[in-house]
Design a binder for this molecule. Structure first.
Ligand SMILES: *[C@@H]1O[C@H](CO)[C@@H](O)[C@H](O)[C@H]1NC(C)=O
Ligand SMILES: *[C@@H]1O[C@H](CO)[C@@H](O)[C@H](O)[C@H]1NC(C)=O
Ligand SMILES: *[C@@H]1O[C@H](CO)[C@@H](O)[C@H](O)[C@H]1NC(C)=O
Ligand SMILES: *[C@@H]1O[C@H](CO)[C@@H](O)[C@H](O)[C@H]1NC(C)=O
Length: 478
């Protein structure tokens, strides 16, 4: 919070300074920006050899496409290698430092509404000064209409010049001649022809974007061009990645919509890019993504709540049709991700299928589910190390099963560990309070209890006939 206010003040001060200096500096800045843009306009990607422009000019469009097609697919013999595309840098400063996270967006001209500038603004605004140093944003202007691209580049460079100069924002374009055939494609799922063309091109847009971003950072997150970010999303992402250390994952999901908020290890990007390109005409990208995860042997979706990214578009990029899809798990101020220190979980309740106790405690979107509990049943958390608790929050039931809450229960914290009935347990407990409407929340816990906490337990105080879902147990330590 402190950091956030400092940032705001910083911007206010800067804004004031800017007002004072406006007249004198505006022309200088303008010249500088134009100079930098000129430097970088059409700089060719250094790690790819020269494109054979002569060949391109001499062949007909169709042949050209097939040539490219064959050429592109020759790359498939090495999935960890880059796809051979010579990108155009529409706005960028050369030689970037490798960052922690790259945020990629691909954008095309929409019939109605354009949210790209808003999206970029949201990424930067919701990040602190420290966080900005660890991210880079790559925008792929993927429309073939060059006047639209020119207009967008002009808008972006005007609004975000200092981010471009800082090497934090890059705008690129993959020339049309690299695209495979987009007309007369297979009409899978009986999609209309223009729909097929739209989604097929979109797969290629993403493939070229991912290919570009393969070595700009350690991790990569895909956004769409009409997204709002929650405050300090980078810090939340870092916490989640740290909590998963040692576990295998391919895709982490920070939104439940489309191709928003899907996070990858950067070393998987070349393969994902090849994959999207290989199956570009078969199905929409969000389906391909699911297959990609499955093929790399991540069985289940790993999704986090709250969502860090939200759709702001009202019209979709396809034909400007209405798109009111919203993620109801989105929280704009959601950077307060719990710490949940390492712990063992036990319960004497009757667990339903594989909805084990540990699922209530993980940061992933899953839960504990037990058959109707009786008075005296407990749900116990034993921490690996004693902790000082700042805040506790426990939620039971879900939106779909609002009856499966803890109707009567209390929450205790314990000190001093003993070994009882083969499990480590606390011998003394202090009652913190009761559940209300299935929920428990308490702040400043460390000011209310005079000892380090070894255990926490939820006790059922009245037998209920409803099942019990413990959706999340969140603990913030100090
Ligand atoms: C990249 O493509 C060009 C033709 O566009 C070709 O001359 C060059 O050999 C390719 N580079 C690699 C590494 O395959
Ligand atoms: C595949 O590409 C990677 C990265 O460019 C390279 O290090 C590796 O040597 C290539 N492997 C083969 C068999 O060409
Ligand atoms: C390209 O985009 C510009 C600006 O949005 C528009 O005026 C023009 O009609 C477009 N051209 C084509 C061929 O769609
Ligand atoms: C990405 O890789 C290419 C070739 O290996 C290199 O030229 C470029 O500088 C790298 N970019 C970053 C950010 O490391």
């Amino acid at each position: 919070m402190i950091k956030f206010y400092q940032m705001k003040d910083f911007f206010q001060i800067r804004n004031k300074m800017r007002c004072l200096r406006k007249r004198s500096t505006v022309s200088f800045l303008g010249v500088l920006v134009i100079f930098l843009l000129f430097l970088n306009l059409y700089i060719e990607d250094s790690y790819v050899l020269e494109g054979d422009k002569q060949l391109i000019r001499e062949t007909s469009t169709h042949q050209l496409n097939s040539e490219r097609y064959v050429h592109t697919f020759k790359d498939l013999s090495n999935f960890s290698g880059a796809i051979n595309v010579t990108y155009r840098y529409l706005a960028a400063t050369t030689l970037q430092r490798k960052r922690y996270l790259t945020i990629g967006l691909s954008s095309v001209k929409r019939r109605k509404g354009n949210y790209l500038l808003e999206t970029i603004k949201s990424i930067f605004e919701q990040s602190s000064y420290e966080e900005l140093k660890e991210i880079s944003v790559v925008v792929h202007l993927a429309d073939f209409n060059s006047s639209w691209r020119d207009i967008m580049v002009q808008d972006i460079t005007q609004k975000f010049a200092h981010h471009i100069i800082a090497g934090r924002l890059m705008v690129i374009h993959a020339p049309e001649e690299y695209y495979p055939i987009l007309d007369g494609l297979k009409r899978n799922y009986n999609d209309p022809e223009d729909r097929v063309k739209f989604r097929s091109k979109q797969n290629v847009d993403y493939a070229f974007l991912l290919n570009f971003c393969a070595n700009t950072s350690d991790y990569y997150v895909m956004l769409e061009d009409d997204v709002r970010c929650s405050k300090n999303f980078l810090t939340a992402i870092k916490k989640v990645i740290a909590s998963l250390e040692g576990t295998y994952w391919v895709t982490l999901e920070f939104s439940k919509l489309g191709y928003i908020g899907k996070l990858y290890h950067s070393h998987d990007l070349p393969r994902l890019a090849h994959f999207l390109l290989m199956f570009y005409q078969e199905m929409p990208c969000d389906w391909l993504l699911t297959h990609f995860r499955g093929l790399l042997a991540q069985k289940n979706v790993i999704r986090f709540k709250p969502s860090l990214f939200q759709h702001m578009g009202y019209y979709s990029s396809y034909k400007g049709t209405e798109n009111k899809l919203k993620d109801d798990d989105f929280e704009e101020e959601s950077f307060d991700i719990p710490d949940n220190p390492p712990a063992s979980l036990y319960t004497n309740m009757n667990v339903f299928e594989n909805y084990e106790a540990s699922k209530a405690y993980s940061s992933v979107d899953e839960y504990f589910w037990g058959k109707p509990p009786s008075k005296g049943d407990v749900f116990l958390i034993v921490f690996e190390n004693p902790i000082i608790i700042k805040k506790i929050k426990v939620n039971t039931g879900t939106e779909d099963r609002q009856n499966d809450i803890l109707h009567h229960g209390i929450l205790d914290v314990g000190k001093r560990i003993i070994l009882s009935k083969q499990i480590r347990q606390c011998d003394t407990y202090l009652r913190l309070g009761e559940f209300k409407n299935g929920n428990f929340e308490m702040s400043d816990v460390n000011q209310k209890i005079p000892f380090d906490v070894y255990c926490m337990r939820i006790c059922v105080t009245k037998t209920q006939k409803e099942w019990l879902i413990i959706r999340s147990i969140s603990i913030w330590t100090s």
